[in-house]
Design a protein. Sequence first.
Length: 349
Amino acid sequence: MGKYLDPKADLTFKKIFGEHKHLVISLLNAMLPLKDDERVESIEYWPTEKIPKRTQVEKDSIVDVCCKDNKQREFIVEMQMSWTESFKKRVLFNASKAYVAQSESGEAYQLLQPVYALSFVNEPMHIDADGYYHYYQLVHQQNTDEIIDGLQLVFIDLTKFHPTSITEKKMQVLWLRFLTEINAHTREAPSEMLENPEVSQALKIVEEAAYTPAEMRAYNKFWDNISVAKTLEYARRQEIEEAQRTIAEAKAKTEQAEAKAEQAEAKAEQAEAKAEQAEAKAVQAEAKAKQAEAKAKQAEAKAKQAKAEADAKLKQKDIDVACKLKAMGLSCGQIAEATGLTFVQIESL
C-alpha cells in the first residue's frame, strides 16, 4: 500500500479544496486564464443550498467545490471521473444558472459578474481538439478581441496531460501532477511537490494516516461507485454501439435494396424505351406497307385504264377495218372472222 489517498476522490478533493481557501485560490489562479489584475485574492464558499443538485449517477462520478471571490465572481470547480457526451452541456447549464441567479438578488444587469466553470476530466474527452487544456468563451466570430465574458468554461483532460512538454506555468503543472500522479499506490511524493508550500500541504491532507476508519469506508465506497458507474456506462455504450451497428446494417441493406430497385427501374425504363422504339418502327413499317399498297392500287388502276384504252383503240381499229371490209362487199361472217366483231356490231355499222 502507498502512503497517500487519491486526491480525485470526493472525500479528499473536498478536504483539500473545499476546506482550505488558500489552496483553492492557488488552484484557480493556476488553472484559469486570468490576467495579473484579475487573480483571485480571497474566496467564500457557496452555501449548501446553492450548490447544483445531482442525480445519483452524478453524485457517484462528480466532485465539486463552489465559491465566489471578493469581486463577486463565481467559480464552480468539478472533478468529473467519467466522460459523457452531455457533460459539456451540463457544465454550461450549471454555470448559466449561477450567472442568472445573481439577478435574483436584485442586482442591475451591468453589475453581473463572470462565472467560471473549471472542470477536470479523468477520462479522454471526445472532442475534436488537441492538448489537455480546452477554454471556451463567447467570442465574436470575425473580431476575436470582442468578447462577452459572462461565462468562462475550462475543461482539463487529465489523460492528455504530459508535464515533460510544459516549461511554463509552474503552479499549473504542479497541481496537475498532484492530481494525476498521486494515488493509493504512491509511496513517496516527488520533491518538486514537497518543496511547494501549497502542494506540500495538499499532500499532507491526503496522507492515509490522517483519515478515520469511517472516512476510509466512505473513500472506498466512492471508488466502488465509480467502478459501478463505469461498468454501467460501458454497458450503455456497448448497447448504443450495437444499436448503431444494427442501424448502420439496416441502412446499408436499405441502400442496397434502393440501389437494386433503382437499377431495376432503370432497366424497366430501358425496356420500355426499346418497346416504344419497336412500336414506332412497327408503325413506320405499317405506314410504309400502306404506302406500298396504295402505290400498287394506283399502278393496278393505271394498268386497267391502259388496258381499257388499248382495248378501246383495238376495238376502234376493228370497227374501222370492218367498215372498209363491209364497203368492199364482204359478208358479215367474213368480217366477223377477220375482226372478231359480232354480227350485231357489224350490222350496226
